[in-house]
Ligand binder design. Structure first.
Ligand code: GAP
Length: 444
């Protein structure tokens, strides 16, 4: 299927099946904002959980926090965002549209005019006022990255948990940027979800940890279903490095319009801790009681987007094949990411079958994200589950009443297995345990 058709198919499936809706659609939508429907909410949770499991839970030296979204201007002054977090903005004098100068080639993409204004720096942070008085003293910003929450809390977290570098502080959460040209569905939006980790290391280990985290993060995407042929690593040129970075490598995904960033791994050096020490007057150094040394740790930062990753997982999983002479759409999502792990389908709506099926749903749903679908033909129901990526369908039929067994159908092979109903939870658990999952590798 041509790449751009795949994009249209995903956007349409996402809307029809309740993954992602244009926000405020009944009012005509609202400027590239999106709402995540029931299946989107489930899948976002799975992406977040897969990240947290790999980055925090599996690592004794990484801890997680949740910092405030509304934040003091002092943070952004120190971090350099107030002065430097800008994109070059140009206006088209002919049609009035606005563009990022670095994304167009001197010509307005809307009307084709070359009559553009001089570019000026446009700060991407959303400004607001805290409290009832809208004066300078009340100014606050919505965070444009989650990262600063880790830097400003570095001394508190280090002391509270008695951590010794190298260690990481991780966070998942919303960030906001007043992007000049959002677009490509949820690739670039003004409100989005980030997954970031700041890894504080003795400076002499920074280069090795940089390579380590690039490889860890690359494998995370691969293990969760993006083939290597759709990924590439791209080091930043010197002139595109962020103001804080000594070196950055992007993990890029082959989106339908070309390669685009999924995640950046940056060597931020001591930039941020140094800046916060200078601006706040607080001591941001680490004192190592074992060596008697005091120093500012260097920071390696893997920074990805949850919503952008979800879009890439959907695009990679999208497939069309033929089953029983009929074309079907199937999302070959990793079972770790699929909105539902299992669907329970009673063959008919007869009360005696429904009662058994509801019992099966009751036990499965205690442990797995489960769907229950009793409407239309079984073939239609399989197609619906294939289309949303459900890896296992459990069918309860009339024989079940006699033999107390159910049929489990595999999404990818469409093969069916008959197993005792009493073993269905253990069966799904063991199938799920057999799925390849991202495993943290030991540094060294
Ligand atoms: N703390 C470093 C940082 O924020 P970034 O490259 O600007 O680095 C990290 O952002 C990731 O966040 C990106 O790789 C992307 O996945 C996601 N991201 C950034 N801006 C986004 C936007 N406007 N919409 C959706 N995702 C975005």
């Amino acid at each position: 299927m041509p790449e751009l058709d795949r994009m249209d198919a995903i956007v349409s499936l996402a809307k029809q099946r309740g993954f992602i809706f244009p926000s405020a659609e009944i009012y005509g939508g609202f400027r590239s904002t999106y709402d995540y429907g029931p299946l989107g909410a489930l899948m976002l949770r799975n992406v977040r959980d897969a990240w947290w499991n790999f980055m925090v839970q599996q690592r004794p030296n990484v801890v997680g926090i949740e910092a405030a979204i509304l934040s003091s201007p002092k943070i952004w002054e120190a971090s350099g965002h107030l002065a430097g977090f800008t994109d070059p903005l140009v206006d088209c004098r002919s049609c009035g549209s606005r563009w990022r100068e670095d994304q167009i080639e001197g010509v307005c993409p809307s009307c084709g005019s070359g009559d553009l204004t001089e570019s000026r720096d446009f700060n991407l942070m959303f400004k607001t006022f805290v409290g009832p008085v809208a004066d300078d003293a009340a100014v606050a910003y919505l965070r444009p990255e989650t990262a600063q929450g880790m830097f400003v809390n570095f001394p508190l977290v280090q002391r509270a948990l008695r951590l010794r570098p190298p260690f990481g502080i991780a966070q998942l959460g919303k960030s906001f940027r007043n992007e000049i040209t959002p677009g490509n569905f949820v690739f670039r939006t003004r409100e989005f979800d980030q997954m970031e980790m700041e890894f504080f290391t003795p400076p002499d280990l920074a280069d090795r940890y940089f390579d380590y985290w690039v490889s860890e993060r690359y494998e995370w995407y691969r293990t969760l279903g993006i083939p290597a042929s759709e990924l590439r690593l791209r080091p930043h040129e010197q002139d595109e490095l962020s103001h804080y970075s000594k070196g950055t490598k992007d993990i890029e995904y082959r989106f339908p319009w070309g390669f685009g960033e999924l995640e950046g791994i940056a060597n931020r050096g001591t930039y941020d801790l140094n800046a916060h020490a200078t601006h706040s007057g607080e001591d941001m150094t680490y004192y190592d009681p074992q060596t008697g040394e005091r120093y500012l740790p260097s920071v390696i930062e893997p920074a990805g987007g949850v919503t952008r990753a979800m879009m890439a997982f959907l695009l990679s999983a999208f497939d069309r094949d033929e089953v029983g002479g009929e074309e079907r759409t199937v999302l070959r999502l990793s079972p770790l990411l699929a909105p539902y792990t299992v669907a329970v389908l009673p063959l008919s709506k007869k009360p005696e079958l429904q009662a058994v099926a509801e019992g099966v749903f009751g036990t499965l749903s205690m442990e797995f994200s489960s769907d229950y679908d009793a409407t239309q033909s079984i073939g239609r129901r399989y197609r619906r589950q294939d289309e949303i990526g459900t890896p296992f369908c459990v069918t309860v039929d009339f024989d079940t009443l006699e033999d107390k067994a159910v049929t489990v159908r595999d999404r990818d092979t469409t093969e069916q297995e008959r197993i005792p109903a009493s073993e269905v939870v253990g069966y799904v658990r063991s199938r799920l345990n057999a799925v390849t999952r991202p495993v943290a590798t030991v540094f060294g």
